[in-house]
Design a protein around this ligand. Structure first.
Ligand SMILES: Cc1cc2nc3c(=O)[nH]c(=O)nc-3n(C[C@H](O)[C@H](O)[C@H](O)COP(=O)(O)OP(=O)(O)OC[C@H]3O[C@@H](n4cnc5c(N)ncnc54)[C@H](O)[C@@H]3O)c2cc1C
Length: 472
């Protein structure tokens, strides 16, 4: 079946470019990680969502021992801490976050709560029965998010009225029709929407058709972080913020060192550090930490909203390689993300040059979709790191000589919903209950190889250049 265009082609090209260079310089690839160590640095989250940061916990100030140490206070780490404590109420579970919870992608994203995994979104693999199981699993998890929000009493503004993928080309329309027909025959409730339905729901006349998934939705990401933080703490997990792990000595018992000189001994380690993992020496050859940009307007008036006609408040993304995604907050701000991503040498954080070009691109796209908003400026813009795997497939599992390192990785910009499923799987793996997850492609999946610097940078730049060319 034809597939809509997406980032997979970009990343594969990036790999080919990097891999090609590698052939001539395999020796340098081997020693590169010792020459270019990735900096252990964390930038402050300046997103609109960060204004709802939950009250911060104190940092770790003594040396401790725990049964499980979770590194990273995003959706993966907090949900893993919650589920592990739910299974083992007597185990000491500590979560350690370098800045504040939600400082990474979990508190900076595009707020779309999606079904499936990135590599299988609107595309069937060679095993449609598994695709259907993943759809059911991810659709069910959206309901779990609602229940958790209710149980903690924290309203994370989860709206479950679906999400749209607007189709950018006639090939995408053809592919979406075929996909929907197949998906519905398997019992997936997705729909193909014509232009009239699109205009009725989101107002814009720019697109001819769309793919609608009624099981998806929109959330306030930082309030969802708050839900998981509260759930983990209510279950008895300890969370330390402003506690960065500088290094990990792996063993039957791990020894974690914080940047302030404290230590944590733990029999099990949960690595929930997403795009930052290579900085701790993990997954350097499995993921590419790519910067994505998002911006949000001030609240629109009821009249402005009525004029653009975004009546059903459904979030949407398009099918272009340089994907754009848009949503509406509860107080009527429009946020738009995507466009041209960047990769900085050695996983660098700040761009030396201007980032305003990215926000200008987002504004051009916003006014292309809604010309009536040409006078509306952005109030805030930010960026975040995405952990791209080469074919956009994620992985969750257990590794290490003593099989006591648990991880979830490779969400590839599609993790708001999937992360807490992986948090649950991690907890079940800690409990030795792997059985029910066997057969899912992400369980202990090995991700495709990404070379070290400078080949990683060269490959990514080549891919991005190709990207811009084909998109203009
Ligand atoms: C701009 C952007 C837009 C996105 N839009 C969407 C979307 O609309 N829908 C969707 O489904 N997905 C989206 N995603 C992806 C989604 O946000 C992520 O997949 C998800 O949040 C990953 O959660 P996580 O907990 O694994 O990682 P993170 O949220 O990145 O958490 C990792 C945490 O680990 C901490 N950490 C790292 N190293 C250390 C250390 N050494 N010591 C202590 N702490 C450490 C970091 O500070 C961070 O808080 C987007 C991502 C970005 C960046």
């Amino acid at each position: 079946m034809a597939e809509p265009a997406n980032r997979r082609s970009f990343l594969k090209k990036a790999a080919v470019a990097g891999g090609g260079a590698l052939v001539g310089a395999a020796g340098l690839n081997q020693i590169a990680p010792r020459i270019w160590r990735e900096p252990l640095a964390f930038e402050t989250n300046r997103s609109y969502w960060a204004r709802s940061q939950p009250p911060m916990n104190a940092p770790l100030t003594s040396d401790i021992s725990a049964d499980v140490a979770v590194v990273g206070g995003g959706f993966t780490g907090l949900s893993a801490a919650y589920y592990i404590r739910s299974i083992f109420p007597n185990k000491r579970v500590v979560a350690l976050e370098a800045a504040g919870c939600g400082n990474g992608a979990s508190g900076r994203n595009g707020a779309m709560v999606l079904t499936m995994t990135a590599d299988r979104y609107m595309s069937f693999s060679s095993d449609p029965a598994i695709d259907k199981r993943i759809y059911d699993l991810t659709a069910e998890n959206v309901r779990t998010l609602s229940k958790l929000s209710a149980a903690t009493g924290i309203d994370c503004e989860l709206r479950t009225n679906g999400a749209l993928q607007v189709l950018a080309s006639s090939e995408d329309i053809k592919a979406a029709k075929a996909y929907v027909e197949h998906a519905r025959s398997l019992g997936m409730p997705v729909e193909f929407w014509d232009k009239r339905q699109l205009v009725d729901a989101i107002g814009t006349e720019v697109y001819e058709a769309g793919f609608f998934d009624p099981s998806a939705g929109h959330v306030h990401p930082m309030k969802l972080v708050h839900v998981f933080k509260a759930a983990a703490e209510n279950a008895g997990a300890e969370i330390y913020e402003n506690t960065a792990i500088a290094s990990i000595e792996r063993g039957r018992e791990h020894l974690l060192h914080t940047t302030s000189g404290r230590t944590i001994r733990a029999g099990a380690l949960v690595l929930a550090t997403n795009a930052f993992s290579p900085r701790l020496g993990f997954f350097r050859n499995s993921i590419l930490p790519v910067h994505e940009y998002v911006a949000a307007t001030s609240p629109l008036s009821e009249q402005q909203l009525a004029e653009i006609g975004w009546r059903r408040r459904i979030p949407f993304n398009d099918t272009r390689t340089e994907v754009f995604y848009l949503g509406l907050t509860e107080d009527n701000r429009i946020h738009i993300g995507g466009g041209g991503p960047s990769y900085l040498f050695n996983g660098g954080l700040s761009e030396a040059g201007e980032t305003s070009a990215h926000f200008a691109q987002l504004h051009r796209e916003l006014t292309r979709i809604y010309p009536k908003l040409s006078d509306v400026a952005f109030e805030v813009g930010w960026d975040g790191l995405v952990d791209w795997s080469l074919d956009e497939s994620p992985a969750v599992g257990c590794m290490g000589k003593y099989q006591n390192i648990f991880y979830g990785i490779g969400y590839s910009g599609h993790g708001v919903n999937l992360t807490s499923i992986f948090g649950r799987i991690i907890a079940e793996l800690v409990a030795g209950r792997e059985e029910s997850w066997k057969g899912f492609p992400f369980l202990n999946a090995s991700l495709d190889y990404i070379p070290n610097e400078p080949f990683r940078w060269l490959g990514a730049q080549a891919g991005l250049a190709w990207y811009r060319l084909t998109e203009s």
